[in-house]
Design a protein around this ligand. Structure first.
Ligand code: HEC
Length: 155
């Protein structure tokens, strides 16, 4: 095998690696309790309670007991009790006391509560609105910019 072929082969082999790195699904940072809670909810709870916590997950049909919607039930006043319930388990719902700490379960409910609120996504991205002139096509224009015109000399 020639060195050139070897290089091409190596480039091919490493290609999928780059592609994967580009489309990585994991967020680079966890900025809030709500996001952490969202991850936990989407791992443990949505199958029964539904993606939007409305009690309509795909596993709900298989259960004898109706799965309650979690929308609107969690508030500052009730959150602590709900955390206890979810960690203890209830009816067909398994208890999560071993897999989810109280602190993390609280985050799950903070996420569920956030579903009830109007979405307020922070728009602190400075790249949102590019400003200033673009590089091309904006050269200053004007009359009198043609140097060939006055080659004859003046009066
Ligand atoms: C296997 C399906 C299933 C999964 C998974 C599941 N639940 Fe449930 N959940 C239920 C069912 C069914 C009930 C109603 C139990 C009953 O009425 O006896 C319930 C009840 C609850 C309640 C009580 C609601 C109320 O108003 O009293 C809370 C809170 C709750 N679930 C939270 C969660 C959280 C948080 C998770 C994930 C960590 C989760 N559940 C995962 C099926 C599930």
């Amino acid at each position: 095998m020639t060195p050139m072929r070897l290089i091409l082969l190596l480039a091919l082999i490493s290609l999928p690696g780059w592609a994967l790195a580009e489309t990585s699904v994991w967020p680079t940072k966890r900025s809030s309790d709500t996001e952490w809670g969202e991850d936990l909810f989407n791992k443990h709870c949505w199958q029964c309670h539904g993606r939007q916590a409305e009690g309509d997950g795909p596993a709900a049909e298989a259960l004898q007991v109706p799965v309650p919607s979690l929308r609107g039930v969690s508030t500052d006043a009730t959150r602590s009790d709900l955390v206890t319930t979810a960690r203890q388990g209830q009816g067909p719902m398994p208890g999560y006391h071993e897999s989810i700490s109280r602190q993390d379960m609280r985050r799950v409910f903070l996420y569920v509560e956030s579903l009830d609120k109007p979405q307020t996504k922070p728009t602190d991205d400075p790249d949102d609105e590019p400003e200033g002139p673009t590089e091309e096509g904006n050269a200053p224009e004007g009359e009198g910019n043609a140097p060939e015109a006055d080659a004859e000399g003046g009066e």
